[in-house]
Design a binder for this molecule. Sequence first.
Ligand code: ZN
Length: 63
Amino acid sequence: MTDTASLSPVTAATGHAASWLSKCPAPRCLLNFTRHISRQHWCSDVCGNRARIARTEELVDER
Ligand SMILES: [Zn+2]
């Protein structure tokens, strides 16, 4: 076992620190944020919730 076992898969694969600037994909959000958790997709929980709601509304509209 090496220390890499404790790092995220991304870190292990790239050798870079798992921290990079990422654009928030939430609707109507133009913020960039430093993504340091591989599961973090939004600049904040607010955007995560908004995106989830937007997806639900899209599904409703398709009916
Ligand atoms: Zn955002």
